[in-house]
Write a new protein. Structure first.
Ligand SMILES: [Zn+2]
Length: 576
């Protein structure tokens, strides 16, 4: 048994005081802090927030030697119990980091829990000390003494901890208890904590309906988890989620929620993370069995884990009866357009490369990312659309393949390799033996027009109303700065680069992005004065013909009745 005690009693310091107690099994003690957290494929070096590490055995203070940035070693004088104390700075507000202040505390335990070598598969007991008036929301079994018990280190790290003066709401899905807790960072401290439910009185029923739709999609009578916790951080702006076996942490922006499609997007996020309960958490890539917490692991199957889930998350609110066919087509059309307008899908990465390079590219986006990469979420979702429609030509569908993989591997805790995915797809549609490897390894798009035609839809390009310049600028610290230059576009041809400060257009001062309108509207050749590394220079941009601004997904008015019937079945999602 390893005991982990977290003291959140001084929230304004942002410091979590950690105490770890165990009885060593061997005279050599090795400790490591995870460098990343599962579900977010970036080495975060959580150790940079750890301070004042000390270890004691009885009354004796012992000296640890560092073996790596996140690791320590120590030869113990005896096998008597040890106590380890340290502090962790919790000042980073995201779903995969720690944040503690006077309003709430959120703990991603990968950033806090030292792993004691040899104790990975031992039970870990978690205790919390909270400021008065706070309560904790922890997706682990609560013990009689007020602590929580994880069966092993992996379950501990898979446990997000939310604490604060908020309250939770409960509902059930197929008899399984679910809790919903929202920390509303945008509400005044003395406001009622359930302002989101006040604004959306059907929220809990809608979330439950989405959860039930996920179970139906998986062909399961009940969720995979024995109990489930939703934690929502409602911020002014923000978006994200992190999946866990029995919980999820969501981040959503109030400003986005005010938009017409905002509530639907929140339900899609709920669907996405809830479906991960199966796809990626329990139906898991073999490369993540078991998880290596201190090094990046190449996971080629991330396209399946995230792409299939992203594709399904748009359909699930519809399956739950909470969005219309028009909504689904609107959201799908937006993703198709974003995909088709990303040059990196052709010149940058294949889908497999995108998954394999997650650690160094997707989570580290910069100005040129659209030119040299394509998100495995986005392309994964588009390929999933093509897979679903291809499978439907053979009388099957994507949900059926998910169910097959769950039945054969996921429910038994067996990780899947790429060959398993290929076999599962080909078993339902032999033609995919050729298509799928090409979609994974090549940069050619699936035949999207043909697949969409199957269900009576078509894509239509829409040209921009102004000439093509290939330049995006925004105010950065009070100056108008180039933030994107389209590769091979007129601005790049003219010599502009990201970071240039835009000073004047045809001798007229530029101060804000809207001042560039004459450049966009007039076209032709125009002189633009910039400052680069403090030196002024003037470049000439020759605008090109208007480029495609977006792609619209439209219902084909000439579609045959069979196509309309196929569309109805497709949006029904569940296999016949
Ligand atoms: Zn995801």
């Amino acid at each position: 048994m390893v005991d982990l005690s977290l003291d959140l009693g001084q929230p304004h310091s942002h410091l979590v005081h950690v105490s770890l107690r165990c009885t060593p099994a061997t005279p050599v003690l090795r400790l490591r802090l995870p460098a990343w957290t599962p579900g977010s494929y970036l080495i975060r070096d959580y150790v940079r927030h750890l301070e004042a590490l000390e270890i004691r055995q009885g009354t004796q203070s012992l000296q640890l030697s560092r073996t790596e940035p996140s690791g320590w070693r120590l030869e113990l004088p005896s096998l008597e119990p040890i106590e380890i104390h340290y502090k962790v700075l919790a000042a980073d507000l995201s779903v995969r980091t720690c944040h503690l202040d006077g309003d709430h505390g959120f703990l991603a335990l990968a950033a806090l829990a030292l792993q004691v070598e040899g104790e990975r598969w031992s039970p870990h007991r978690l205790s919390l000390r909270l400021p008065s008036g706070w309560q904790a929301f922890v997706p682990l079994p609560l013990q009689a003494d007020g602590s929580w018990l994880a069966v092993d280190f992996d379950q501990l790290v898979d446990t997000p901890v939310e604490a604060g003066p908020h309250r939770d709401h409960t509902f059930t899905v197929a008899g399984v208890p679910h809790r919903w807790v929202c920390w509303d960072a945008t509400a005044p401290a003395d406001a009622a904590p359930d302002s989101l439910i006040k604004a959306h009185p059907s929220l809990l029923q809608d979330v439950a309906a989405v959860c039930e739709a996920c179970c139906r999609l998986m062909g399961e009578p009940a969720p995979a988890a024995p109990a489930y916790l939703f934690v929502l951080h409602l911020l002014d702006q923000g978006y994200g989620g992190l999946e866990h076996d029995s919980s999820t942490v969501l981040q959503f922006g109030r400003q986005a929620l005010l938009k017409p499609e905002g509530y639907r997007q929140l339900l899609q996020l709920v669907a996405h993370e809830y479906l991960h309960q199966w796809n990626v958490r329990r139906l898991r890539p073999a490369a993540l069995c078991p998880i290596e917490y201190n090094k990046p692991v190449i996971v080629p199957g991330l396209w399946f884990a995230e792409g299939v889930t992203s594709y399904c998350d748009q359909l699930l609110p519809h399956l739950a009866g909470l969005s219309s066919e028009e909504d689904v087509l609107h959201d799908l059309g937006r993703d198709l357009s974003r995909y088709l307008l990303t040059p990196g899908r052709i010149a940058g990465q294949s889908l497999r490369q995108s998954a394999e390079e997650a650690w160094v590219k997707l989570y580290r986006r910069e100005a040129n990312s659209d030119d040299n990469q394509i998100s495995y979420y986005l392309k994964g979702a588009i390929v999933s659309l093509a897979l679903d429609l291809e499978l439907r030509r053979s009388g099957s569908c994507l949900a059926q393949v998910l169910r097959d993989l769950w039945a054969r591997l996921g429910q038994w805790g067996r990780g899947y390799r790429e060959q398993d995915l290929l076999e599962a797809f080909c078993a339902r549609s032999p033609g995919l033996a050729k298509c799928l490897p090409a979609w994974l390894d090549g940069c050619e798009d699936p035949d999207l027009p043909a697949y969409l035609q199957d269900v009576g839809l078509m894509l239509e390009p829409q040209l921009a109303s102004s000439p093509h310049v290939g330049l995006t600028a925004s105010l950065q610290g009070g100056t108008l700065e180039v933030v994107r230059v389209v590769r091979g576009g007129p601005s790049q041809e003219a010599g502009l680069v990201v970071g240039d400060e835009l000073i004047a257009l045809e001798g007229l001062r530029l101060r804000k992005p809207e001042d560039l309108a004459p450049l966009l509207q007039a076209g032709g050749r125009q002189a633009i004065t910039i400052s680069r590394r403090g030196r002024l220079r003037t470049l000439v941009i020759t605008a090109g013909a208007p480029a495609i601004e977006r792609w619209r997904l439209l219902v084909d008015p000439a579609a045959a009745p069979e196509a309309l019937e196929r569309r109805r079945e497709w949006l029904g999602v569940v296999p016949c």
